[in-house]
Structures are given as C-alpha cells and as structure tokens.
Design a protein around this ligand. Sequence first.
Ligand code: WQD
Length: 337
Amino acid sequence: MRREKILVTGGLGYIGSHTVVELINLGYQPIIIDNLNNSYRSVLDRIASITNQKPEFVEGDVTNAADIDALFKTHTDIRAVIHFAAFKAVGESVQQPLKYYRNNVAGLITLLECMAKAGVKNIVFSSSCTVYGDTDLSPVHEDIPIARAASPYGNTKIICEDMLRDESLTGAVRVVSLRYFNPVGAHESALIGELPLGVPNNLIPYITQTAAGIREQLTIYGDNYPTPDGTCIRDYIHVVDLAKAHVKALERFNDSDMADFEVFNLGTGNGNSVLEVVQCFERVNGLKLNYRFGERRAGDVVQIWADTRKAEDILGWKAELGLEDMMRSAWNWQRSL
Ligand code: WQD
C-alpha cells in the first residue's frame, strides 16, 4: 500500500505526528485533518524538517461531516484512514463525560458514515489498554474479557471498538484496532513530542516538567500497592515504536488472511513501576528529581502490561526501544521547549 494516500485524523497530535513521520519515511502520502484543539499547526513545519516533506494539512473536525466529505471529494484515492482524533484525558472525561461521548463516539460515527459514502474501507483505530479496566491478568492478552472501563474515556474506546466490530460485520469496513499501553518519549530530533496543555495528568510529562523547574515536585500517587516497591506498574512504550506499528497495521490490509476486525496490543511486554521510571530518568539524564510519595490516585489500575505475541506474530512488529531511550528522548524534548 506504499505511495498510497492515507488520511490521518488528529495527525498533528503527539502520536499522530510521530506516525506521519514514519509514513513519509516509508513512502506513503499522509493527508492530515486536525481541528487544532489539542495540537499546533507549527508541527507541520517540524515534520517537514525531519522528513524533507511537508504533508498536506486540512484544518477540520471529524465530528463535522462536511469537513470529511469535502476531503474525500478532493482526494478520491485515499486507501485507508488512521483515526487518532479523540479526547484522551482520563480525569477530564470523569468531569465531562458527554464531551467525550460526543467527540470520541459521535466523531467515529461521522467518520465511518463519510468513509462508506466515499467507498473507503480500511481503518486503523487508536484504542487503549484502558479498555481492560482494573485487571490482575497481566500480561494481558487481547482475548481476555473486557470489563467495565475505569473512566468515561476508556468507555468511549470500548464503545468505539464495538461499533467498529459491528460495522465490519456488514462488510462496510475492515478494521485494525490498536490498544496502546503507555506511550512516552519523543522523536530523536527533539523536534516533535508530547505537548500537554496545562498541568500534565500523565507521569512522564510531569517528571520532565519537574526536572525543568516548571513544576515544584512530582508526587508519586501511592507507595503501598501490592507490587514489589509499592508503586503502580505500567507498560511504557516509546512513541516511535508505536508509530512504526501503525505502518505495520496498514500493511495488514494487504494480507489475504486478515479478518474484518482485528485487535492488537501495542506495548513492550515489560512492566515498570513508577519508582523504577523515576530512578531510570535520574540515572539516564544524570540529575536528581524532586519527588514525594502521596496518596493513591482514584481510578488507577495496580498493574498492567501487555502480552505482545499477537502483534509480533501477525503484524511482524515488536518494540525495539527501551525505558532508557524513552527517558533520554523525553528529557531532550523537554529541554528543546
Ligand atoms: C501512570 C502511573 C500514576 C502522574 C492513562 C490512560 C491511558 C493513556 C495514558 C490516553 C500511574 C502515576 C502519574 C503523576 C504519578 N491515556 N503517576 N504521578 O493512568 O497509566 O494511563 O494515560 O491514551 O489510556 O489510562 O498513565 O501517566 O497518568 O500514570 O505517580 O503525577 O504514574 O498513578 O500509576 P495511566 P499516567
């Protein structure tokens, strides 16, 4: 499917921009649609600096059918859609669930209806390990039963996967749903990376902003969990590895044995505790981080990491970068800001 046009919704965002770079590197022609709600137009120039190619960008919103229809009218040869555009702040989703259901769920409905009108059948969907909820079954396999998600954000991902599965049963679409574990780090150029708006919810941006003196102190949420060092365990995956998996997912559509709906975990298969991440960050970057142990955060899962065999066996993809690469690139990115 190389040199084919790929529509990338939310392509100026954190994971989207890294995926656009990998698509260009492999000769695809990404077309970005982004509403700039949680991203910056300047990311286009940075992608151009990295790849020597400025991808086509359309400012628009996946919840607006007119925007999508117009794009499919202009580009009648789009071979697949990679759908990143969604809200993703767990805490905010608890405060404003309807904002999340309208944007994440209704946005996908609009996109699918427009794809059907345009005859575009292939979609790669940005899902999340959060669909597994508070499981004690790590390493989690894609086929474990999906419990109730821990937040409205997570529930939008479960609903979207169910919608995609149902729509695929009609033959209208073929779906690869990618369940991300914890995406962290930045491109080695330090030209693109995570740009959280306001106070970061996630661990790594909070660490780097504390190291940069933007935040006074990192609070580690809970040190009395039933884990080796008492802090929560997650499967952190380098955003560049994650981006490369999306290109592998596109190639899956060429396989004659592909089912119409497939799900893959995207993680490293390794779990690291919060304290291990902090200590790795300090060691790799030669600095001391100001942190304290505080109360547990509501909604946190004790531990979760991926069973990665399915993506390895079927997509031929495996994460290559380790925690040290993630911590080094995250700090380089922070210092570039
Ligand atoms: C990781 C660990 C915290 C901040 C969520 C979503 C997931 C994805 C990534 C969107 C936890 C601890 C954090 C801090 C801390 N989001 N922590 N102090 O909650 O695993 O996953 O974000 O796609 O879908 O569920 O990520 O980075 O918020 O937390 O101790 O200041 O770091 O308690 O154990 P999480 P996180």
